[in-house]
Design a protein around this ligand. Structure first.
Ligand SMILES: [Zn+2]
Length: 174
C-alpha cells in the first residue's frame, strides 16, 4: 500500500506523485520542522531508492572483501542514505542501500576509487543489475552478499559524499 498525504495542498496524493509534481515540497517540509511526519519518513526511505541519481549519498569504500571464487581481496563500494539512521553500517553484518538498484552511471565513478562494478545477470534475482566484480578473476559478487547483508570483516578506507549532475557523479566537498 502506498502512503497517501494526509495534510496540506497535496492531501490525497501518493508520496511519489507529490515528489514528481513538486520535488522541493519535501525540502520545504524539512525546513519547516516536519521531518517527524510519517509522510516525510516514507519519502526519505522510499524515493531516494527509486530515484538514486536525484539524491546525495554517503559512500564507504572498504577493503579486504574476499571474492567467493578466487578468495583474493577486493575493495567494495557501499552506499548509505544520509538521512536514514543506520545502526548496521560499521559492524557485522553491514546493511547498505541500493541493493540490486545501483544506476549504471556509478560504474565509471566507482572505478576512480579502484572499485569494479558491472551490469551482469543474476541467477538469484533473474535479472540484470549493477554488481561488484572481482578485479582478479572477474567473477561477479551478488548484492545479497555485498550490499544487502555483508558478513565479512572489511576495513573502512575512505568515506565520501557524492552527488550526480546529468549522469556524472562527483565527490561533494563541504
Ligand atoms: Zn576473484
Amino acid at each position: 500500500m502506498e502512503m497517501i498525504m494526509t495534510f496540506g495542498k497535496y492531501k490525497g496524493e501518493t508520496i511519489e506523485e507529490v515528489y514528481l509534481t513538486n520535488p522541493s515540497y519535501f525540502s520545504w517540509m524539512r525546513e519547516n520542522g516536519m521531518t517527524n511526519k510519517p509522510e516525510y519518513q516514507e519519502f526519505i526511505e522510499m524515493i531516494p531508492n527509486q530515484y538514486p541519481e536525484c539524491f546525495e549519498w554517503e559512500v564507504d569504500i572498504r577493503s579486504g572483501y574476499q571474492c567467493w571464487k578466487c578468495k583474493k581481496s577486493m575493495p567494495i563500494f557501499l552506499m548509505f542514505n544520509p538521512e536514514v539512521e543506520n545502526e548496521l553500517r560499521d559492524g557485522y553484518p553491514i546493511i547498505s542501500d541500493l541493493a540490486y538498484s545501483k544506476p549504471s552511471s556509478l560504474i565509471p565513478f566507482a572505478k576512480e576509487y579502484g572499485v569494479l562494478l558491472e551490469e551482469r545477470s543474476s541467477k538469484v534475482t533473474e535479472s540484470k543489475y549493477v554488481m561488484h566484480i572481482c578485479p582478479h578473476c572477474k567473477m561477479h559478487q551478488g548484492d545479497n552478499y555485498v550490499v544487502e547483508d555483508n558478513e565479512q570483516e572489511t576495513v573502512l578506507i575512505k568515506k565520501i559524499k557524492i552527488v550526480c549532475y546529468h549522469d556524472i557523479w562527483k565527490e561533494k566537498h563541504q
